[in-house]
Design a protein around this ligand. Structure first.
Ligand code: ZN
Length: 257
């Protein structure tokens, strides 16, 4: 990996914060960003500031236990969640937390994004689970998401928002972008009459492509359930149509009695 100075990384945190705000993923002082810069040093945004207007003073350095090493302001109240991720995942060097409206809508409705819908998500993040609710700024948050972040690259946080991880901040940001984009597409397709799931055989083909991308085999894939099974949809439609016809003839018959 190319060497980047702390100054450059802070500049990137400011830029990613600005993008999250422009995209409407954070209102007021929502969200937090962190980057691991050495085995025991983390740069993180401070508490109580808009991510759209960060400056160098609003990023402090802490150790893996959360002790302040550099800077005067108080780190984000969700810092324990970020620190937990770095302790659990050695391959992760950046953590991004925002409240993107579509993805958060799923999290508030209690709907996960684990179904096999979009190839792009299956090829990159596999699927996006929904973690249980935890009171913000308490240990409940890291405890609730811990079982998920062990394997997943992004997670919806019940009644709260979303979290994405990356080998660097750019990757964590792109994952948040993909997650919110997918949530928006799925939301729109629900309005248009329903989400059509990929067939099991198509998911299997994506699994082969994932291998080419060197995505480890233990990384979760989307959830295959009975609705992905290879059923003859035309036949199913025909059966439904006939049952409806039969029911209406029966109704008509009972009216005439
Ligand atoms: Zn939050």
């Amino acid at each position: 990996m190319e060497f980047r100075s702390e100054y450059e990384i802070k500049k990137e945190i400011i830029e990613i914060g600005r993008r999250c705000w422009v995209k409407g993923w954070v209102a007021a002082n929502d969200g937090n960003i962190s980057v691991k810069i050495s085995p025991n040093e983390i740069l993180t945004t401070v508490t109580g500031v808009s991510k759209g207007f960060l400056n160098m003073d609003m990023i402090v350095k802490v150790d893996l236990d959360g002790n302040l090493i550099e800077g005067t302001k108080k780190p984000s109240s969700e810092l324990p969640m970020h620190l937990m991720v770095y302790k659990v995942r050695q391959d992760v060097n950046a953590v991004l937390h925002t409240h993107p409206p579509y993805a958060t809508g799923f999290a508030v409705s209690g709907i996960s994004m684990e179904e096999c819908v979009l190839p792009e998500i299956i090829l990159t993040m596999g699927s996006i689970p929904l973690s249980p609710y935890g009171t913000p700024s308490t240990d409940e948050v890291p405890d609730a998401i811990k079982p998920y972040i062990e394997k997943y690259e992004g997670v919806l946080m019940k009644n709260h928002g979303a979290l994405t991880l990356g080998k660097d901040l750019q990757e964590a940001y792109y994952r948040m972008e993909s997650l919110e984009h997918a949530a928006k597409i799925i939301f729109i397709s629900k309005q248009l009459g329903g989400v059509s799931l990929l067939k099991e055989e198509d998911v299997k083909k994506l699994e082969v492509v994932r291998k080419k991308y060197n995505i480890p085999e233990d990384k979760p894939l989307c959830k295959i359930n009975s609705s992905n099974k290879n059923i003859d949809r035309d036949l199913l439609d025909e059966v439904v149509k006939r049952v409806k016809e039969k029911l209406s003839t029966l109704k008509e018959g009972s009216k005439n009695e």
